[in-house]
Design a protein around this ligand. Structure first.
Ligand SMILES: NC(=O)c1ccc[n+]([C@@H]2O[C@H](COP(=O)([O-])OP(=O)(O)OC[C@H]3O[C@@H](n4cnc5c(N)ncnc54)[C@H](O)[C@@H]3O)[C@@H](O)[C@H]2O)c1
Length: 306
């Protein structure tokens, strides 16, 4: 599996290094507007070759050099100095559109995983610029927020994070929310679990913790890496190994939840063809309203800045 990474910063590095450590790809090519940075990331990851499950060919290249990739992760952007991911749209939308067109014109026939923020709007933009079917343009969406939710709840409930099946949906941004009606602890509904175990906690507080988590990490170390690197690699693994794994990713909604023409997160089956099936959750009225609000926020920004 040949992986391409556009944007060799903190996130690009974390995705490449995690993929090499897990042995889920055989070849990684880096690109960055700063060529020396792409070269350095590729060389640094290559330096740990003896410790990977198998050899991973490392290189760097131009946008056109990405044509032979199976998957391209777009991790361009800059969160420093912004307080809302939507601000990055203004700064990076034209460059993203331009490099996507260049990559596609060079013959790329694979799958785009869009991580650069705001990743829902950026996925929407990559979808339009590439002319690819929606199955081959996937936004990382609320996949990471869902992992953050599960970790947060696991600490409150004192269970392993893998036993928490929570769902954060909507925008990967300020209007995201937890679909509480769809949270399970292993196979037990959250409401039943907390009642049986006499546990009380504030749901609003949990949502805020999840929403603000990225900013707390950025405040402390300047960027986020481990969570996003591992989350994106779970997507790469699902596609590379045709796992049919269900992950919360941003996909083009066409009627689901009564929403249209916008990339938003819902559970999707990921396999060798990319986003193979989007699953509609049974949401309550309040959750549907909050999802609609996410859609309105994204559409308003798309209209304002396009
Ligand atoms: N979707 C998510 O869950 C999630 C999580 C974390 C970060 N992000 C986003 O990922 C992006 C990258 O974050 P980071 O911390 O790695 O930033 P960073 O500043 O460390 O790295 C970004 C890199 O992109 C490069 N770049 C910028 N424009 C480019 C272009 N046109 N072509 C090639 N390279 C270009 C920069 O030179 C830089 O090296 C940001 O938009 C951030 O908000 C998304």
């Amino acid at each position: 599996m040949k992986l391409g990474i556009i944007g060799s910063g903190a996130v690009g590095f974390a995705v490449g290094y995690t993929a090499a450590r897990l042995g889920i790809v055989s070849d990684i090519k880096y690109n960055d507007i700063i060529e020396g940075k792409a070269k350095a990331q590729a060389m640094d990851i290559e330096d740990a070759s003896s410790f990977y499950p198998h050899y991973v060919k490392m290189s760097w290249g131009s946008y056109a050099d990405m044509a032979d990739r199976d998957i391209i992760v777009t991790a361009t952007g800059d969160l420093s100095g912004v307080s809302d991911r939507l601000q990055e749209y203004v700064q990076f939308k034209d460059a993203t559109e331009s490099y996507v067109k260049e990559i596609v014109a060079a013959g790329f026939k694979g799958i785009f995983i869009v991580v650069g923020n705001p990743c829902d709007l950026m996925a929407d933009l990559v979808y339009r610029a590439s002319g690819f079917p929606k199955e081959r343009v996937i936004g990382s969406g609320t996949a990471l927020d869902t992992v953050r939710l599960n970790t947060t709840l696991s600490k409150i409930l004192n269970v392993d994070p893998s036993d928490v099946r929570g769902i954060t949906i909507g925008e990967h941004g300020e209007s995201q929310f937890v679909a509480w009606s769809n949270v399970f602890i292993n196979n037990v509904k959250l409401d039943d679990y907390v009642k049986a175990n006499n546990i009380a906690f504030s749901r609003d507080e949990v949502e805020n913790l999840v929403r603000e988590r990225a900013w707390r990490v950025i405040d402390g170390k300047g960027h986020t890496q481990c969570g996003i690197g591992s989350t994106v690699c779970s997507m790469i693994d699902a596609i590379a190994n045709d796992r049919k794994k269900i992950i919360l990713v941003a996909t083009l909604l066409e009627g689901m939840y009564g929403l249209n023409d916008i990339y938003l997160s819902t559970p999707c089956v990921l396999g060798k063809n990319g986003m193979e099936k989007a699953i509609e959750l049974d949401l309550n009225e309040e959750e549907l309203k909050r999802l609609k609000h996410s859609e309105e926020v994204l559409k308003a920004n798309r209209a304002k800045y396009n």
